[in-house]
Design a protein around this ligand. Structure first.
Ligand code: PGA
Length: 254
């Protein structure tokens, strides 16, 4: 069985390089334990080299966004070839905080294709802004998936994707305000169905669905053991070595 996936999305934190090194030092004390997981760290870009060196052997590098520009000269842009040379393996795309800055589904779909061409695993984030009794969030999710994954070849490209279901209303809150297991199961099944309609059942079965949105030690075990998610994309709780380890323990003791 594949290892559970755990991704630390550090966003624009820690606020200083010395704090980042400190956090890495604490994480690396548990390096042996973290090998039980498929662990990625997505730091702010200036910390990339340090993360690469200090997490060797127990975590892989991820990035929080990428450009779809390649093969030209662009002041101010970090192109995928540079990131690749650091050993980056996964890229978070379509995060709601990027979408809130104006990123469209179409832009996400172009970045997915660029990321695949660059050899990265695209982790595509989707999630409704709010949930209602009429189930309109399902229509929203279907449209977001269809448009953000438009133009992909079913077998060779779609099978390399991963999806992070991150309901926007649950991000950056606390465990009690996050989604509950029955709603998460329902959304996971729905996403799987849409992927299956788009790419066929056997390809959809190969696409792991992760959850993100206020995963904390208090809800990590329940959300993992009672739903079909394959792991987590963790924001604020990944900035505390203690909380992050507690989440990792929840994933390894299903
Ligand atoms: P959170 O962030 O864990 O702080 O809610 C998750 C994310 O935005 O990826």
């Amino acid at each position: 069985m594949a290892k559970p996936v755990l991704i630390a999305n550090w966003k624009n934190y820690p606020s200083s390089f010395s704090e980042a090194k400190n956090l890495l030092g604490q994480l690396s004390r548990d390096r042996k334990f973290y090998k039980k997981l498929s662990l990625f760290i997505a730091p702010p870009l200036p910390y990339l080299e340090s993360v690469a060196l200090k997490s060797k052997g127990f975590a892989r590098l991820a990035i929080q966004d990428t450009t779809n520009l390649s093969g030209g000269t662009y002041t101010g842009v970090v192109t995928p070839d540079i990131l690749k040379s650091f050993g980056v393996g996964l890229v978070i795309l379509g995060h709601s905080e990027q979408r809130a800055l104006g990123e469209t589904n179409e832009a996400v779909s172009q970045k997915v294709i660029t990321a695949l061409r660059s050899g990265f695993t695209p982790l595509v984030c989707v999630g409704e802004l709010s949930r209602d009794q009429e189930g309109r969030h399902f229509e929203f999710l279907r449209e977001q998936l269809k448009s953000s994954l438009a133009g992909l070849n079913k077998k060779t490209q779609a099978a390399k994707l991963a999806i992070a279901y991150e309901p926007v209303w649950a991000i950056g809150k606390s465990a009690i305000e996050a989604i509950g297991p029955s709603d998460l199961s329902e959304s996971t099944i729905f996403i799987k169905k849409v992927l299956s309609d788009m790419f066929g059942r056997s390809t959809a079965d190969r696409i792991p669905i992760l959850y993100g949105g206020s995963v904390e030690p208090a809800n990590a075990k329940t959300l993992f053991s009672k739903t079909g998610v394959k792991g987590y994309l963790v924001g604020h709780a990944s900035l505390s070595a203690k909380n992050f380890k507690a989440i990792a323990i929840a994933l390894t003791s299903k």
